[in-house]
Design a protein around this ligand. Structure first.
Ligand code: HEC
Length: 252
C-alpha cells in the first residue's frame, strides 16, 4: 500500500513542476488552435520575416512545416526561405552564437521547443510585454522577462509603450465614471505602430499559435488517433466482457 501511495506521488511530480513554472508573473491567456491553418500560415510568415534573423528552429525541417501548414513547397521555398537552404533541410540560421552573446548579452535561443518550455500564455504575453526603458542598453524592457536582451523587433508594428503594459489585467467598468478601464494592454504610447492594438494582438495570436504548433507538430494527429483508440477499446470491451462471461459460466 505504501508503495502504491509513493508511486502515485511520483506520478504527480511532472504536473507539480508545470504548475510551478507559471507562478509569479500574471499572463494573458491564448488558446492555440493547430487546425486553423491560415493562422499558422500568417504566424510562419511573421516568424520568418521578423524572428529568423536571430532565432533558429533547428529541430524542424522546412518541408514538414510546409506540408503541415498546407503551403506548396515551391511557394515556401520562394517566399519563406531566405538562407538559400533547400526545402528538405533543418531550419538553421547563420548567426554566430558567440558574437550574438557579445551583442545582446545572451545568444538568441533556438525556439523550436519554446512553447513546451514556457507555455503559450507566456509567449503571447511576452510578445506584448515590451515597453520603453531608457536605463536598458537597447532602450526597452519587458514586463514578462525583465531586463531581457532581445530588442523589441516588432516596434514598427506595435509601437512602443511608454509605461509598463498591463499584462494579465482584466477589462472592467469603473463604477464611478462608468468608463471601461484596462481594456487595452498599453494605456500610453511613446511611439505609435502601423497596427492597431487589436490587430497586433491578433498577429501575436498567430505567431504564438505557430510556435505552439512547432513545439508539438503531431498534436492534431495524436488527438485523431486517440479517438480511434478509444473507439477500439469500447468495441473490444464488449467482446472481452462476453468472453469473460463465457469462461466463468461453469465456475460456481
Ligand atoms: C535581433 C535579434 C533578435 C530578433 C530579430 C528576435 N529575437 Fe527573440 N531573443 C533575442 C535574444 C538576444 C534573446 C535572449 C534574451 C535574454 O536571454 O536576455 C531572445 C529571447 C527570446 C525569447 C525568450 C527565450 C527564453 O529565454 O525562453 C522569445 C520567446 C523570443 N526571443 C521570441 C522572438 C520572436 C517571436 C521574434 C520575432 C518576432 C524574435 N524573438 C526576434 C534576439 C532576437
Amino acid at each position: 500500500m505504501r508503495q502504491l501511495i509513493a508511486g502515485f506521488f511520483i506520478m504527480c511530480l511532472p504536473a507539480l513542476t508545470l504548475a510551478a513554472g507559471g507562478a509569479g508573473i500574471p499572463l494573458d491567456h491564448m488558446e492555440p488552435d493547430h487546425a486553423n491553418k491560415s493562422s499558422l500560415q500568417r504566424g510562419a510568415a511573421l516568424f520568418t520575416n521578423y524572428c529568423m534573423g536571430c532565432h533558429s528552429m533547428e529541430y524542424a525541417r522546412y518541408k514538414r512545416v510546409a506540408n503541415d501548414l498546407g503551403i506548396p513547397e515551391e511557394l515556401y521555398e520562394e517566399n519563406l526561405i531566405f538562407t538559400g537552404a533547400k526545402i528538405g533541410e533543418l531550419m538553421k540560421i547563420s548567426m554566430d552564437k558567440e558574437q550574438a552573446k557579445a551583442w545582446f548579452g545572451n545568444p538568441p535561443p533556438d525556439l523550436t521547443l519554446e512553447s513546451r518550455l514556457r507555455g503559450e500564455d507566456w509567449i503571447y504575453s511576452y510578445m506584448r510585454g515590451f515597453y520603453k526603458d531608457e536605463s536598458r542598453p537597447l532602450g526597452v524592457n519587458n514586463v514578462v522577462f525583465s531586463n531581457v536582451g532581445m530588442p523589441h523587433v516588432l516596434v514598427d508594428l506595435q509601437g512602443l509603450c511608454a509605461v509598463e503594459p498591463q499584462i494579465g489585467g482584466r477589462a472592467s467598468v469603473d463604477p464611478l465614471s462608468g468608463s471601461v478601464v484596462n481594456d487595452t494592454v498599453c494605456p500610453e504610447w511613446a511611439t505609435e505602430g502601423s497596427m492597431t492594438p487589436k490587430e497586433y494582438d491578433a498577429a501575436m495570436y498567430d505567431l504564438t499559435n505557430f510556435l505552439s504548433y512547432m513545439g508539438d507538430p503531431v498534436k492534431l494527429e495524436r488527438e485523431r488517433l486517440g479517438l480511434f483508440v478509444l473507439i477500439f477499446i469500447a468495441i473490444f470491451f464488449v467482446f472481452a466482457y462476453l468472453l469473460n462471461r463465457e469462461y466463468w459460466k461453469d465456475v460456481h
